[in-house]
Structures are given as structure tokens and as C-alpha cells.
Write a protein that binds this ligand. Structure first.
Ligand SMILES: Cc1cc2nc3c(=O)[nH]c(=O)nc-3n(C[C@H](O)[C@H](O)[C@H](O)COP(=O)(O)OP(=O)(O)OC[C@H]3O[C@@H](n4cnc5c(N)ncnc54)[C@H](O)[C@@H]3O)c2cc1C
Length: 188
């Protein structure tokens, strides 16, 4: 069997690249992944299914070089189809508009936030979008955890932050118009 393209690594980037390249049916694409492929959500082993616990059996086991005191830090990296996307916290954060705009300033036309926004929207299937800022038809389901869904410890954290004056941010991916500040502060 011959292939037009070989994608090495079925992680976040590799899966998207292989899916897009093969979607027209014109290219024969081989996706090579070092770890297992479990297919559906219901088949996931416990250490992958529970994102609040560290992944044990599906990790490369990398650690940092020791620092001056000899301490090492674990550097988790998923080893399975989906890569780190299969083991990560599943938080969806767009980069800040000013980060994209810096790419343009560095000589990369076409990478401004305004030019990329349609692509960011196309990724999302946002259940909470009310003003068209987000996408509703993309492959990535997005929802925000409601206050009453939070665990007591998380609720206490939110309450404490609000009590000392931090505003509640309902959508971290909705920048303010002036784009000069990092977060959209929408007061509840
Ligand atoms: C614990 C953790 C939590 C995170 N939480 C979030 C989050 O909530 N939100 C967010 O946006 N990002 C999060 N991230 C970051 C995000 O998951 C990564 O930036 C992203 O998945 C990296 O994608 P990638 O395609 O570059 O690499 P990976 O997804 O790591 O994919 C690399 C793939 O290549 C495979 N591979 C490596 N070498 C070979 C080889 N020689 N042959 C075959 N296959 C090989 C690996 O097994 C792996 O599947 C988190 C990351 C970690 C580790």
C-alpha cells in the first residue's frame, strides 16, 4: 500500500492534519501514533476518562532536568490517539488578539486576530453563544460550567475572589473592544 502523506503523531495537531488532508478523498493518508486508539468515549480507560486525575498508563513519563536543588518536575505528555488532547483539562482558550496581531507585526500577513476569527469560530459549537461572537456549527463542543455545577471548593474560590472585588468573567474568549486588556470583564 502506498500513501501520499504520512502524519507522525496522532495528537491534537496530527489528528486535525490527517482529518483535513483525507477529507477530500483524493489523498491516501497514513496516521502513525505510538499509543493506543480507544475509539469511543465509552471505551476509555479510567486514567484517561478522568481528567482531574493524572494520567498514568498513557503518558510518556518525561521529567525536566534537575534544577540546582536537584528537583525535577514531571512534564505530562499524552501517549495515545488524541495525544495531550485526550488527557488534558479540555479548557478552550483562544490566544489574546494582541498576540495574533504581534505575529503580523513580525512579518506574517494574514495572521491577525480579525483575519483568523472566522477560523476560530468555525472550530466551535458553542452552546452558550448569544451574540454571534462564537461559532455554533464547528466540530468542538464548548460549554461553560454554571456556578451551581461547581464543586463546593471551587464555589468558595469564586465567592472569595468576588468578595475582594474581582469581576466575574462569563466568557474569557470575548475580548473587550479596545483589545488593550487581557480579559473581558462582564459583571454578573
Ligand atoms: C496535563 C495537560 C493539560 C492541558 N490542558 C489543556 C487545556 O485544558 N486546554 C488546552 O487548550 N490545552 C491544554 N493542554 C495543552 C494541549 O493539550 C497541547 O498543547 C496540545 O495537545 C499539543 O498538541 P500537539 O499535537 O502538539 O502534541 P500532542 O497532542 O502531544 O501529540 C503528539 C502525539 O504524537 C505521538 N508521538 C510522539 N512521538 C511519536 C512517534 N515517534 N511515533 C508515533 N507517535 C508519536 C504522541 O503519542 C502523541 O499522541 C494541556 C496539556 C497537558 C499535558
Amino acid at each position: 500500500m502506498t500513501f501520499d502523506v504520512v502524519v507522525v503523531g496522532g495528537g491534537s495537531a496530527g489528528c486535525v492534519a490527517a482529518a483535513r488532508l483525507s477529507s477530500t478523498g483524493r489523498l491516501n493518508v497514513l496516521l502513525v501514533e505510538a499509543g493506543p486508539d480507544y475509539g469511543g468515549l465509552e471505551d476509555l480507560p479510567a486514567d484517561v476518562a478522568d481528567s482531574s486525575a493524572p494520567t498514568t498508563d498513557h503518558d510518556w513519563g518525561f521529567v525536566s532536568e534537575p534544577d540546582e536543588a536537584g528537583r525535577v518536575t514531571s512534564l505530562p505528555r499524552g501517549r495515545l490517539m488524541g495525544g495531550c488532547s485526550a488527557t488534558n483539562g479540555a479548557f478552550l482558550m483562544r490566544a489574546w488578539p494582541q498576540d495574533f496581531d504581534r505575529w503580523v507585526t513580525a512579518g506574517n500577513p494574514g495572521w491577525s486576530f480579525d483575519e483568523l476569527l472566522p477560523w476560530l469560530r468555525d472550530l466551535e459549537n458553542d452552546a452558550d453563544d448569544h451574540d454571534g461572537w462564537h461559532g455554533r456549527c464547528g466540530p468542538v463542543p464548548v460549554r461553560r460550567t454554571a456556578y451551581d455545577e461547581l464543586a463546593p471548593v471551587h464555589r468558595a474560590f469564586v465567592d472569595s475572589a468576588r468578595a475582594i472585588g474581582h469581576p466575574l468573567v462569563l466568557d474569557h474568549n470575548h475580548p473587550p473592544r479596545d483589545r488593550g486588556r487581557p480579559v473581558a470583564a462582564q459583571r454578573a
